[in-house]
Write a protein that binds this ligand. Structure first.
Ligand code: ADP
Length: 543
């Protein structure tokens, strides 16, 4: 029944007795063994000297053997015991026999008649010893615990499964218990706890207040209150709070859990805590962006109204100045004519600036009507050059218009490059670039206007060999009102032209890029969607 035979008096042999031996302590009243058998437990008695084991019939019956099938010998019982469990069984008995353990206790596997292994839990005590201390008699019980072992195995399997799953979820899975007296503890914390909070799960199991102490001071009362509320109403707990991680970061955590009240009034939550710091940062950025956009809209609105309001009186000033210049009835003196000329010049500069500003605010607000069509590029380039020629002549700069390249096989002979854009607005943008090429140049300098078809579309380049732009200034180039190094140069300008040109080109689905070297010149390239090749003889086309 129990252990392998050994030499020496302390070792109790195994047994397999099938009948109640005479003199059994239970033979007088069979009710006790019967009651125990009903509860899955059988009793036995072992006479060490005679090696007789008695009262084993219930035990063998539990295993499905007929009484005659299992001899009441140690060898027979030993043969039934799982070989891996025998040594442990011996050791348990020896510990008790030597007086090191108050009882003999062991769990082992034993073969049932149907060939399956059953788990037994056995307990016993030596009740009689010889004068020299040798064990003489031992009483004990054995209980079939196969079902319990199976349940334990299942529970273990579930626990391992939960452990594996919990390890793969990004946050921390937990169970938290709060008793009616208000004290709380984490009954379970998954190992992700360490990465999330910097606290070892075992530490949190013992002391839940560590978590609260790591919580940002301002958030603690809110966390406590949210738990109490969930406990009172038995409603899901949800809370976002900041936690000081030992790595020095302050993290936003979001917790959620479902409460369940136990019979003792304590509440057990099953929940999950995750790191939502990134979400918070994104939300912060979104709010900042929304505020910046609102501010930008307000600025655009203001500029748009201002420029509109300024234009009306300015037109009146210019109109009356012109009237003074041409009034034949009261002709102006030479000095007066010069002064009125200056008024007109300054007024026109102001008007140009206001018009550009108005355009810029409109395009930024999406209120500028851009109508794209397909048209021949060459005539437009010619018009731009003609428009800027007087300014170039005055500055001693030559403008060279190069014949559009890249007609290639896609463009039949006699045809010219076609582009898709808003013709008027493209002319405005190109005129602006050409004007800059002339303005930020030197006497004898050149501005080249060229166009070619590329993989990206049509690329129109305005290249000058003038002042160039320092590398450090290039980032700020398209910012409105930023005149870079030209603020005090005496060259007339507003700092709106490039910002407006880029906004216009982008509205047409294109882009402006720049390459420049200080002292060597700059090339501004406008890329636009390609249009179908145009007939060179189309109206407005090249003569
Ligand atoms: P503006 O010419 O009225 O100042 P822009 O927006 O057209 O305004 O240009 C902004 C600034 O960029 C100019 O003030 C000048 O410093 C620089 N810039 C623009 N085009 C050129 C160029 N072709 N060569 C050198 N600098 C240029």
């Amino acid at each position: 029944m129990m252990c392998a035979a050994r030499d020496g008096d302390l070792v109790r042999p195994a047994a397999g007795a099938v009948a109640t031996a005479p003199g059994s302590p239970f033979s007088g009243d069979p009710r006790l063994p019967q009651a125990l058998a009903g509860a899955g437990t059988s009793v036995w008695e072992w006479h060490v000297d005679t090696d007789v084991l008695s009262d084993l019939d219930e035990g063998t019956a539990m295993l499905g053997y007929a009484q005659a099938e299992v001899e009441s010998t140690q060898a027979a019982w030993d043969a039934l015991m799982h070989p891996d469990d025998r040594a442990g069984n011996d050791a348990a008995y020896e510990r008790h026999a030597r007086g090191e353990a108050a009882t003999y206790e062991h769990e082992y596997r034993i073969k049932a008649r149907d060939g399956s292994w059953r788990w037994m839990s056995e307990r016993g005590r030596i009740v009689e010893r010889a004068a020299d201390g040798r064990p003489l008699r031992m009483l004990g019980t054995q209980t079939d615990i196969t079902e319990r072992k199976r349940a334990e195995g299942l529970a273990q399997e579930f626990a391992e499964r939960l452990h594996k799953i919990a390890r793969h979820v990004p946050g921390m899975v937990f169970q938290f218990v709060r008793t009616v007296d208000g004290s709380g503890r984490f009954a379970y914390v998954s190992e992700r706890c360490l990465a999330l909070t910097g606290i070892e799960p075992q530490v949190l199991n013992v002391d839940a207040t560590i978590m609260l102490r790591a919580t940002e001071r301002e958030d603690r009362a809110r966390v406590r209150e949210s738990i109490s509320r969930s406990m009172r109403r038995l409603r899901p707990w949800r809370c976002e709070f900041r936690l000081h991680h030992p790595d020095g970061s302050l993290r936003w955590l979001r917790g959620s859990a479902t409460p369940q009240r136990g019979v003792d009034g304590a509440v057990l939550w099953h929940g999950y805590i995750e790191d939502v710091s990134e979400l918070h940062e994104l939300e912060h950025a979104r709010l900042a962006r929304t505020a910046a956009e609102a501010a930008s809209r307000a600025k655009t609105e203001f500029l748009s109204r201002m420029s509109h309001e300024l234009r009306t009186p300015l037109n009146a000033v210019l109109g009356f100045a012109q009237l003074l210049q041409i009034d034949a009835a009261e002709p102006l003196g030479t000095r007066q004519r010069r002064h009125v000329g200056l008024i007109r010049e300054s007024g026109e500069h102001l008007l140009r600036m206001i018009s550009e500003l108005l355009d810029l605010t409109r395009v930024e607000a999406g209120r500028l009507d851009i109508v794209t069509t397909e048209f021949a590029l060459a005539p437009l380039l010619r018009e731009c050059v003609d428009m800027l020629q007087p300014q170039a002549d005055a500055a001693g700069v030559s403008i060279v218009l190069e014949a559009p390249e890249g007609a290639g096989p896609a463009v039949p002979a006699g045809a010219t490059l076609g582009v898709r854009a808003d013709r008027t607005r493209l002319k405005q943008a190109l005129a602006n670039l050409l004007s800059n090429g002339v303005k930020y140049n030197r006497r004898g300098g050149t501005v080249r206007l060229s166009a070619k078809a590329s993989r990206k579309g049509i690329v129109i380049a305005v290249a000058d060999d003038g002042a160039g732009i320092a590398a450090k200034d290039l980032k700020a180039l398209f910012q409105p009102f930023n005149r870079l190094a030209q603020h005090h140069s005496g060259i007339e300008g507003t700092g709106i032209g490039l910002a407006l040109s880029r906004a216009l080109v982008r509205e047409m689905g294109g882009e402006i890029d720049v390459r420049s070297r200080l002292g060597e010149g700059s090339t501004f390239s406008v890329t636009l969607p390609r249009g179908a090749p145009r007939d060179a003889a189309e109206p407005g086309g090249p003569a």
